[in-house]
Design a protein around this ligand. Structure first.
Ligand SMILES: Nc1ncnc2c1ncn2[C@@H]1O[C@H](COP(=O)(O)OP(=O)(O)O)[C@@H](O)[C@H]1O
Ligand SMILES: [Mg+2]
Length: 243
């Protein structure tokens, strides 16, 4: 542990090394999703635990892989430097291995449809993330409004499929240019994905190890596509909600 003794463990330390002392099924999950308390050295934090064995089977995603996709989405957000997914790890819990994600204090009355124009740039980043991660389940309540107006993206079990299947509520930016700082991050990632795994920064290495080859190839193709198009895709007949 890297924590200084006078400050005690950080929430990240607690999630990594602590003991899950209580767990309670969340009412809104499609899978068995638990709100858990984790304790380390008398300090406690809350997290969302999604055990592999609680995953509902799906026809199009391989069974028992959703928790890995939760972690892969966190890695992607960190690698791109966008910090939109709460801290997530893969670890053991009361129902076995699963993803454990830091609980974000948020206003439960807010969701995508209630967010105002001040959030537009954060939504641009999340909409771009969804194209890269191939988010197949971007619902309005998967955006949490946290402290200081920060928007967090959650529920990434359905990501990284090798077929393009983005499904999202965020259609605000159809045909608009993707902001260049976002494109710069994508260019950087795309270049790294052509390098040998052992020369990569640790989180990129973890991501390429976690994803099956077909999904990694599909990730590269999505990056190439966005970097070539440089605009958010649209759908005929979809109107923008804002403007
Ligand atoms: N990191 C988080 N912080 C706060 N609440 C969360 C977080 N992750 C999930 N939740 C809450 O738990 C509910 C179920 O989580 P979700 O990720 O949608 O699970 P599922 O994979 O079962 O659909 C969400 O609607 C949200 O209210
Ligand atoms: Mg959900």
């Amino acid at each position: 542990m890297t924590t200084e003794s006078n400050t005690g463990p950080t929430p990240t330390d607690i999630i990594r090394h602590g003991e899950i002392t209580s767990y309670q099924l969340t009412p809104q999950g499609s899978n068995y999703t638990f709100l858990v308390s984790i304790d380390l050295d008398g300090k406690e934090t809350s997290a969302i635990y999604k055990p592999r064995q609680g995953e509902a089977p799906l026809w199009d995603f391989p069974s028992g892989t959703l928790y890995k996709r939760e972690y892969a989405a966190y890695l992607l957000s960190q690698i791109l430097g966008w910090n939109i997914v709460p801290f997530t790890i893969i670890r053991d819990g009361p129902y076995g291995i699963g993803s454990v994600q830091q609980f974000v204090d948020h206003d439960p009355r807010q969701n995508y449809y209630t967010l105002d124009e001040a959030c537009a740039d954060q939504l641009r980043t999340i909409a771009c993330f969804d194209l890269v991660a191939n988010s197949t389940d971007r619902k309005a309540n998967h955006l949490l409004l946290g402290d200081g107006g920060k928007i967090w993206s959650i529920d990434h079990g359905l990501t990284f499929h090798s077929d393009m299947k983005v499904r999202t509520v965020i259609w605000d930016f159809c045909s608009e240019p993707v902001p260049s700082p976002l494109l710069d991050s994508l260019t950087n990632l795309r270049e790294m994905l052509d390098r040998p795994a052992d020369s990569l920064p640790s989180q990129v290495k973890e991501l390429v190890t976690l994803l099956p080859v077909a999904e990694l190839d599909a990730l590269k193709r999505r990056l190439d596509w966005i970097l070539e198009e440089r605009v958010y895709p649209g759908l005929p007949g979809r109107n923008r909600r804002r403007r």
